[in-house]
Design a protein around this ligand. Structure first.
Ligand code: GLN
Length: 276
């Protein structure tokens, strides 16, 4: 069978998904260890049997709903091509808003101290480190497997200067920081969203902190302040319906200049506050 035959076959099998065409190409590129442009340039090329069965196995797993990012082990985020595994949340496009909000508060060439709590694949910490070479960037995670992956991602992108620490939220950090950012788990445990799409395959620990969905915010707002300078920034990604509760929590911990930023879909997505 040729590249064209296999792509047609896979598009048919994956037709239920609105990303069938691109998924088929990503999976075939992965099975053949070539770029997608190679597929366009060589549609008539015969695919060896071993590669073909490898591809059809990936298509079968995709049909069962496995996220494309886990199947190919990659996800683009910001300007980074990140390795991802089922040990970490798959970086979401809306999280790039959190990076933008952080960068707006970190003047170019500034040597600020920045921390990313619950870094997962390292997406946020590495994007900030890439854009602000003079900043000292730290990242924490309580999952050893996530930290090992984040460290591999740092090495892949020549960002080894980012310091990784094992532990909960701000706990493993020392000294004081100018900006702390986090995309913690925030989905309520009984949210139907958890049994749909990619979420079904992602680590529960990265998605849901407990019954209410607010538990990680409670811990972070109570503890991150001790690691922030006066006037330092705290930036948190949250669910579309959590802005009010999170703002109240920040207010309770005496943060000031509390504001909320909407994502491209028009949903409240990031809360920003300054330490008093
Ligand atoms: N935004 C993600 C989702 O909707 C959840 C990410 C998170 O909990 N930090 O699946």
């Amino acid at each position: 069978m040729t590249i064209r035959d296999l792509l047609d076959l896979a598009r048919g099998k994956l037709a239920a998904s609105d990303s069938a065409g691109i998924d088929a190409e990503l999976l075939l590129g992965h099975a053949l260890e070539v770029k997608r442009s190679f597929l366009y340039a060589n549609p008539g090329l015969d695919v060896p049997a071993r590669r073909r069965s490898r591809f059809l196995e990936l298509v079968r797993r995709r049909q069962q709903g496995e996220p494309i990012a886990y199947l190919i082990g990659r996800r683009p985020f910001w300007t980074l091509d990140l390795e991802v595994t089922p040990d970490v949340l798959i970086p979401r496009p809306e999280t790039e808003l959190l990076v933008e909000c952080a960068l707006e508060r970190l003047p170019a060439a500034s040597s600020r101290r920045v921390a990313d709590l619950g870094t997962g694949s390292g997406a946020i910490a590495l994007a900030i480190a890439r854009e602000r070479p003079a900043c000292e960037v730290h990242a924490t995670d309580c999952s050893k497997a996530a930290l090992a992956l984040a460290q591999r991602n740092a090495r892949r992108h020549g960002l080894d200067r980012v310091c990784f620490h094992a532990g909960n939220w701000a706990e493993p950090l020392n000294g004081s920081f100018d900006l702390i950012v986090s995309n913690p788990p925030y989905v309520a445990r009984d949210d139907a969203h958890l049994s749909t799409g990619d979420c079904r395959f992602e680590p529960e620990m990265a998605l849901t902190p407990g019954q209410s969905g607010m538990e990680a915010f409670v811990e972070i707002t109570a503890t991150a302040g001790a690691r922030l300078q006066a006037g330092g920034w705290l930036l948190l990604e949250h669910g579309f319906d959590q802005a009010e509760a999170l703002q109240a929590l920040l207010d309770q911990h005496h943060y000031r200049e509390i504001q909320c930023v909407k994502d491209l879909a028009g949903h409240d997505r990031v809360c920003i506050a300054r330490k008093h």
